[in-house]
Design a protein around this ligand. Structure first.
Ligand code: AKG
Ligand code: FE2
Length: 280
C-alpha cells in the first residue's frame, strides 16, 4: 500500500530505488554486472542510457509530491538563446547557427530550495547511487557539485514551454522523469555533434533546421532514469502541450572535485548567486 506521508518519516534509500530491478548495493553480483554492461553498451551505442522504473512505487509517489511542492519555487527567466548560450555575432552570415535564436521558457528550482529531508537530496548524496553511475561511466569516482544551487535541480516546464537546443557544461547528466507533459515535452538529442576541437557548425545547422536524420527522441515515463552525454550531444525538450507541467529532476556530478558554476551562468539560470560563487 502506498503511504501519502511525504516528509515524515523520510524514505530510506532502499525504499526509493527499485532494488529488485536495479540491485546496485553489491556491484560484484552477476545481475549487477549484466546491468552495468547493458548500461555501458547503451551509452556507447546511443550516447544515452535509459533505466526504466528506477524508483519504487512509493519512491515515485513521494518524489512527485515533493516536486509538486517545490515547483512554485522555480526561477523563470524567459529569454532568447542560441545553442551555444552566446551573444549574437552580426559579423557571421544570417544562416550561421550562432545566429539562430530560440525561446527558453523552462525554469529551474535550485538546490537551496530543497528541504534537508528531501528525497531528491537523499538520492543525490547516496554513495551507492554515485558508485553505480560512476561504474556505468567507467569512472572510478564522481563528485557532487560544490555549488549550493546547481548540483541537484528540478527542471519545470509549464504548458506551452520549451527548453531549446543546447549543450550542457557537464559532460554527463543524470535525469529522472517525475511527471511528463500531457503531450509534447519530448527529450530529443543528436549525439556526438561536437568535439572539444570542432564545433561542427554544418551538422548543428542540420539539427536546428530539423533535417538531421540522427536526431533521436526519448519518451521517458515517470520514474525512469536517463544517463546522457550532454556536452557533446545537442539536445532539447520540445514544447509542452496540454494542461500539465513537465517535471524532471537533474542530478549533476563531475569527474573533478570542487566544481562550481560560473557567476554569469548561475545568474541566468537561477536569478541569484551565493558567496561560494563570488569567492571562486
Ligand atoms: O529535463 C530534461 O529532460 C533535460 C533538461 C536539460 O537538458 C538540462 O537541464 O540541461
Ligand atoms: Fe541539457
Amino acid at each position: 500500500m502506498i503511504s501519502n506521508k511525504v516528509t515524515f518519516p523520510p524514505l530510506k534509500i532502499e525504499e526509493i530505488i527499485n532494488f529488485s530491478d536495479y540491485p546496485i548495493t553489491d556491484l560484484s553480483q552477476k545481475k549487477s554486472i549484466d546491468l552495468i554492461n547493458n548500461c555501458r553498451q547503451q551509452l556507447q551505442e546511443q550516447g544515452c542510457c535509459i533505466l526504466s522504473n528506477f524508483l519504487t512505487t512509493q519512491g515515485l509517489f513521494n518524489a512527485q509530491e515533493e516536486s509538486k511542492k517545490l515547483a512554485p519555487a522555480a526561477y523563470y527567466a524567459k529569454r532568447r538563446t542560441n545553442a551555444f548560450k552566446t551573444d549574437d555575432n552580426p559579423s557571421l552570415p544570417l544562416d550561421h547557427p550562432v545566429r539562430f535564436f530560440m525561446e527558453r521558457t523552462n525554469a529551474f528550482v535550485p538546490q537551496n530550495k530543497f528541504a534537508p529531508d528531501s528525497l531528491f537530496l537523499n538520492l543525490y548524496h547516496a554513495k551507492i547511487f554515485q558508485q553505480f553511475i560512476a561504474t556505468c561511466l567507467k569512472t572510478k569516482v564522481i563528485y557532487e557539485y560544490d555549488d549550493p544551487l546547481a548540483g541537484m535541480v528540478l527542471n519545470i516546464l509549464p504548458p506551452g514551454c520549451q527548453h531549446p537546443w543546447h549543450y550542457d557544461e557537464n559532460d554527463f547528466s543524470i535525469v529522472l522523469m517525475i511527471q511528463p507533459a500531457l503531450d509534447g515535452g519530448i527529450f530529443e538529442y543528436a549525439r556526438n555533434i561536437r568535439t572539444p576541437n570542432n564545433e561542427n557548425f554544418p551538422l548543428v545547422s542540420k539539427v536546428l533546421s530539423e533535417t538531421y536524420e540522427g536526431t533521436k527522441k526519448v519518451n521517458l515515463q515517470p520514474g525512469d532514469l536517463q544517463i546522457f552525454y550532454g556536452k557533446s550531444s545537442l539536445h532539447r525538450v520540445t514544447k509542452t502541450i496540454g494542461d500539465r507541467q513537465r517535471h524532471t529532476a537533474i542530478f549533476s556530478y563531475t569527474r573533478k572535485n570542487n566544481v562550481i558554476g560560473k557567476i554569469t551562468d548561475t545568474k541566468l539560470l537561477f536569478g541569484q548567486t551565493t558567496s561560494e560563487h563570488e569567492q571562486k
